[in-house]
Design a protein around this ligand. Structure first.
Ligand code: ADP
Ligand code: MG
Length: 727
């Protein structure tokens, strides 16, 4: 009997839901462990408080002396809540989060000690970060990196540690993390959008990008997961035959949540409340053991931090419940994968959602302006968006047989499409009073009503308008939202900046009124960006053909997709918007290629090991049983044995063929891996993608066949049905 597998199953079947005590009302728990406005008012001097608020709102620098006051207040607050350590919390380019803990405790001579935390320690730290990826930046410049406090994201206590959100930059100024470019992109979009808003409302002085992510994940019992080396080492199953029952019955989606999972979710949600992560919804997803969690949307930087923190917390709490969380985009073949929808919008400091139509024609023209500019930005930069969501694991969703596809398109619904179609016919140049009235009353004016009964939904579109926000659906469940949010906000910033230049030019040179100029420019944008709009079924060959005809990219693999990052157009864009220098862009590109190579390399090794060390020996053992049986039959029945042993002999032959298949394919894969290892960068990534990876399916094919042939009692790997249906 396969001991590990059956022990794991036994352990799993005996589990009970962990008892969770309710710590109090959610609303009372919310933000308890966050150094938020409320806590600051209690623990900071007036000046210190004001200085942090100004930094948040206007990006003003915090004076060093004031920083000392802030750190003291923060320390007192944190110690009062049981914190003993502090850390600069940051998001290196590995996609995870990093922290190094220091105690507040310091000795002060005479055998005495005190708790200390100065402004200097709050504002800047130098982590020993030599092993974080930097894409050659730090080697090139022989510069060290440091972390710097980001006051726009509040400090929080996790466990007994005060965590201070920071950016991570080289001493020469280049960003070494995900947050620094995001903050720059958010600043760019603020500047550009505020300028455009002034056409419609002079009172607007700031525009914030908002983000509401939806996190999908799988929960697998930890004993079962540990009995699978592939899950442990790569986050997904590399082998495994589909269960007789999969997700065909759709009986999991929105069904009742299993008890153990419910207990996990309650525990997690309470922790999120304390950390100020405003989680709101939870439900089962399409696949068995797949779930989703979503918060109320927040300012984008905070939302990105909260998502990173959440993923961390999810893993930690899972341990308490004997679960392993799988964030991989495709942990199981033949079963729906996971994504992380990024709901995005822009909101003014006057409280207006710029992607939500308003009550007056003017407000609706503002809505249309931001709506059309967004579409145009996506149209002009679709390859950059595709690059931003590319990863080895997300390749299993994008471009594979699953929505959304690798082709970026925008879905807006038939009614808004009709509005844009009408606007294409706006007269060039000056509009007659009649036309203006007509536009405002009958087209622009009707938008709110349209949206009220807008039930158009399209689950296959990678970028869909959903009533008052756009939803980027192609982001991977495992990825950090910072990447896609940096790209999206940068391209919108650039687009709005160009838009303003063009409108101003028409007003100045052609003597058009502001609204006439806006209509004129929007008309051209609508025409120019038509090919990115697609309302149909987003996957399948028909759309691929159509997209090709339209000239849309269809970059199916990460090595293909990432190329767009280092195009001249991308360099220029990032440079112009002050988001990243060429060096920073190149460094990131290099890191992402490297990450891709490493992931496929590890998968290849793990697959080879499992196939050789688990699958083949098991197949041989079973084959030996069959051989024993056949020779036994021969002994008893003499020459008649052939008739009686026909099935067994057939099985023996089949097993041999599959063993040979695995062996030769693993050898061939290893050879390709060796060749790929001699290459570098793009070439290496392509070799891993096109030469090494194709063997995964072939090896898996033979192994999965063997799984069906071999006696269940001795099969060593926990099976799909056990991973997915044991509760
Ligand atoms: P849906 O009908 O698409 O489920 P919801 O209103 O439930 O719409 O929102 C889904 C997600 O979108 C939630 O995570 C929510 O926080 C987020 N969201 C809603 N409005 C905005 C907005 N203005 N900006 C960013 N995200 C938003
Ligand atoms: Mg959604």
């Amino acid at each position: 009997m396969s001991t590990l597998r059956f022990n794991a199953l036994k352990e799993t079947l005996n589990r009970k839901p962990v008892e969770i005590e309710e710590k109090g009302r959610r609303s009372e728990l919310f933000g308890n462990n966050v150094f938020n406005e409320h806590a600051m008012l209690q623990h900071l001097t007036k000046d210190a408080y004001k200085s942090v608020m100004n930094a948040i709102e206007f990006g003003t620098k915090i004076d060093r002396k004031i920083a000392d006051h802030i750190s003291t207040g923060m320390k007192e607050w944190a110690i009062g809540k049981g914190a003993t350590h502090y850390t600069h919390w940051f998001q290196p380019l590995t996609g995870a989060t990093a922290e190094k803990h220091d105690a507040f405790f310091e000795t002060i001579g005479n055998g005495r000690a005190m708790e200390k935390f100065g402004g200097g320690q709050l504002v800047q730290q130098e982590p020993d970060a030599s092993s974080f990826p930097n894409g050659g930046i730090r080697n090139t410049f022989e510069a060290r990196g440091y972390t710097a406090w980001d006051p726009t994201s509040p400090a929080f206590i996790y466990g007994t540690t005060l965590c201070i959100p920071t950016i991570f930059v080289a001493y020469t100024g280049e960003a070494l993390d995900n947050k620094a470019p995001l903050l720059r992109a958010l600043h760019a979009v603020d500047t550009a959008a505020t300028a455009v808003c002034k056409y419609f409302d002079k009172n607007v002085t700031k525009v914030n990008a908002s983000l509401g992510w939806e996190q999908e994940y799988f929960l697998i019992d930890s004993a079962l997961a540990s009995a699978r080396p592939d899950i442990t080492l790569t986050g997904r199953t590399l082998l495994g035959h589909s269960p007789a029952k999969g997700q065909q019955l759709d009986d999991h989606y929105f069904g009742s949540i299993p008890n153990r999972v419910m207990s996990y979710m309650r525990d997690l949600e309470q922790e999120c409340m304390l950390l100020g992560i405003p989680v709101k919804t939870r439900h089962n997803e399409v696949a068995p053991n797949q779930f989703e969690l979503a918060p109320i949307f927040e300012e984008a930087n905070l939302a990105v931090d909260h998502n990173s923190l959440l993923m961390d917390v999810m893993e930690k709490i899972a341990q308490r419940h004997q679960f392993k969380v799988l964030f991989h985009e495709k942990p199981f073949a033949g079963i729906n994968g996971s994504g992380k929808h990024n709901n995005w919008s822009l909101a003014t400091n006057t409280g207006v959602n710029l992607l939500s139509p308003g009550k007056t024609p003017m407000k609706n023209l503002q809505f249309l302006t931001f709506f059309v500019n967004t579409i145009k930005a996506v149209h002009d930069n679709e390859e950059l968006i595709r690059a931003a969501i590319a990863s080895a694991s997300n390749d299993h969703r994008l471009g594979a047989n699953e929505a959304p596809p690798a082709i970026i398109s925008v879905f807006i619904g038939s009614q808004l499409s009709a509005v844009l179609d009408e606007l294409e016919n706006v007269t060039k140049g000056k509009l007659s009073p009649q036309e203006k009235t007509d536009l405002k009353l009958n087209i622009v004016g009707k938008i709110p009503e349209i949206l009220l009964d807008n039930t158009d939904r399209n689950r296959t579109s990678p970028f869909a308008f959903t009533g008052n926000k756009f939803e980027l659906r192609a982001v991977g469940s495992w990825s950090n939202c910072a990447g896609p949010m940096t790209v999206l906000n940068t391209i919108i910033a650039k687009q709005l900046k160009d838009f303003k230049v063009e409108v101003d030019k028409l007003v100045a040179e052609k003597d058009l009124k502001k609204d006439e100029a806006v209509f004129n420019i929007l008309r051209e944008y609508i025409k120019d960006s038509k090919k990115i709009r697609f309302e149909g079924n987003g996957y399948g060959e028909a759309w691929e053909k159509e997209a090709k005809k339209r000239g849309l990219s269809n970059n199916k693999t990460t090595p293909e997709a990432l190329k767009a990052q280092i195009s001249q157009k991308a360099f220029d864009l990032y440079e112009e918007m002050d988001v990243m220098s060429k060096i920073e862009v190149e460094a990131r590109h290099e890191i992402e290629l490297e990450e891709y190579i490493l992931r496929i390399q590890i998968e290849g090794r793990v697959l080879g090991d499992i196939a050789r060390n688990h699958v083949i020996p098991t197949a041989i053992r079973y084959q030996n049983t069959l051989i024993e049986n056949v020779s036994g039959l021969k002994e008893i029945f003499g020459n008649d044995f052939k008739k009686l042993a026909a099935e067994q002999i057939d099985l023996i032959e089949k097993i041999s063929a599959h063993i040979a298949g695995i062996n030769s394919k693993v050898n061939a894969m290893t050879d390709e891996r060796k060749k790929a290892n001699k290459l570098e960068g793009q070439k290496a990534a392509e070799a891993y993608c096109n030469k090494v990876k194709p063997y995964f399916e072939e090896i898996r094919y033979h192994s999965d066949k063997l799984e069906l042939l071999v006696d269940d009692e001795i099969w060593p790997l926990v099976k799909y049905r056990e991973l997915l249906f044991t509760r």
